[in-house]
Design a protein around this ligand. Structure first.
Ligand code: UDP
Length: 381
């Protein structure tokens, strides 16, 4: 039996804690915040009664059956399909780009085959191996749709021109030649009936786990443990000695209204001159609940300062060279494994975080005698 410290009570930390405690290890979880569940934290709003995603909307989706079965041990998932709308130049469109978007935008009644043929004429076929977000967009949707749906939104979201961002960001979104407006292509999708914090609390509710909230973990404390799983920011572990990795943070303007504010959970605002990126109306994430009042989040993105909550790792070239230095330092650490979005500085969805945490726990549990747990169980570069 080992004495394990886990830093961070988000999905990474909670999954590893649960797996290790179930195998008989003694686990202590530290989180500097006053609540568990990290940025997935949900709380019922006292005024409206709406289950609120405090750090912005989280919709669970995965095609990984193991992850789906794992998470459903801790709460029931009510089937939920995210159908996002986008407003551009005063008109409403369907996202991700699908046949309705194409037909509405161009005033056509294309069939799937006609739309595919039409889009092929719009896409820039000279771009054979798109590297940047902009190239990826121009290759597959052409200039007009790129300008409408991606350029302004992305400038607001990332504070950078799409020509400076990697194609991987846009690859998160499909383009469809049918009327399927399901935002995600994942096999399994749902919202936990009791919210994400309930799930994480249940994961951590085990006799082998002790949880300390409002409890920052200092690097020096690692000596007291056989091993540390650290899901905080990798640069913070080293006191930012090499400088800070770049993140985007979000500000939310929370408003409460009577009735139904926008008729949908998420509406994106794609014009650059609208200061927010999107508005989420949280009661639409729980359509099985009835609430007379409503709560909305207007979402604003900006560069993350020292006192802000980090959300999206920027991962530009300069961040990556800084990351490489921290990764070298991390690899030299004994007895510490860096996990999760902040520990590995990657843009991760919940289901990937959970899959990687399960994998890290299982690596630890199958170590041969005398074998060391690696500093990373995935490649953060
Ligand atoms: N994006 C965009 N317009 C939209 C939605 C998304 O340009 O209406 C871009 C934006 O750069 C964003 C990326 O596509 O960061 C990925 O979108 P996703 O919805 O996955 O972003 P998330 O929900 O993670 O913020």
């Amino acid at each position: 039996m080992s004495n394990i410290a886990i830093v961070g009570a988000g999905f990474s930390g909670a999954v590893i804690a649960r797996e290790l405690a179930s195998a008989g290890h003694s686990v202590t979880v530290f989180d500097s915040r006053s609540h568990v569940a990290g940025n997935c934290h949900t709380e019922r709003d006292e005024d409206t009664g709406v289950m609120t995603h405090i750090y912005g909307p989280h919709i669970f989706h995965t095609s990984n059956e193991k992850v789906w079965n794992y998470i459903r041990q801790f709460d029931e998932f009510v089937p939920y399909v995210n159908r996002v709308k986008a407003i551009y130049n005063g008109r409403v469109y369907s996202l991700p780009i699908n046949l309705l978007t194409i037909n509405t935008f161009f005033g056509k009644t294309f069939s799937p085959a006609e739309a595919a043929e039409f889009m092929a004429t719009l896409g820039d076929s000279d771009i054979t191996d798109p590297q940047t977000f902009e190239e990826q967009a121009l290759r597959f949707v052409g200039w007009d749709l790129y300008e409408a749906f991606f350029k302004g939104y992305t400038l607001k979201q990332w504070g950078l021109h799409p020509s400076e961002l990697p194609a991987s960001i846009l690859k998160r979104l499909p383009v469809r030649f049918n009327y399927d407006d399901n935002y995600y292509a994942s096999t399994f999708q749902g919202i936990p009936r009791n919210g994400y914090t309930y799930i994480v609390e249940k994961m951590l509710d085990h006799p082998g786990i002790q949880v300390h909230l409002n409890a920052p973990f200092q690097r020096g404390m690692a000596e007291q443990y056989d091993h540390v799983f650290y899901s905080g920011p990798v640069d913070a572990w080293f006191g930012y000695s090499e400088g800070r990795l770049g993140y985007r943070t979000l500000d939310f303007q929370v408003e409460r209204h009577e009735g139904d504010y926008q008729g949908n959970a998420v509406i994106n605002y794609c014009n650059q001159d609208v200061p927010w990126t999107r508005i989420s109306e949280h009661k639409h994430f729980t359509p099985w609940e009835q609430h007379a009042k409503t709560l909305i989040y207007k979402e604003f993105s900006r560069l993350c300062g020292a006192e802000d909550t980090p959300y999206y790792p920027i991962r530009l070239v300069k961040d990556k060279s800084l990351l490489a230095r921290y990764v070298d330092m991390a690899r030299a650490e004994q007895k510490v494994t860096f996990v999760g979005r902040l520990g590995t500085y990657r843009y991760l969805d919940m289901h990937i975080t959970i899959a990687e945490a399960l994998d890290a726990a299982s690596q630890f549990l199958t170590l041969e005698k005398g074998q060391q747990m690696p500093s990373f169980t995935v490649d953060p570069s």
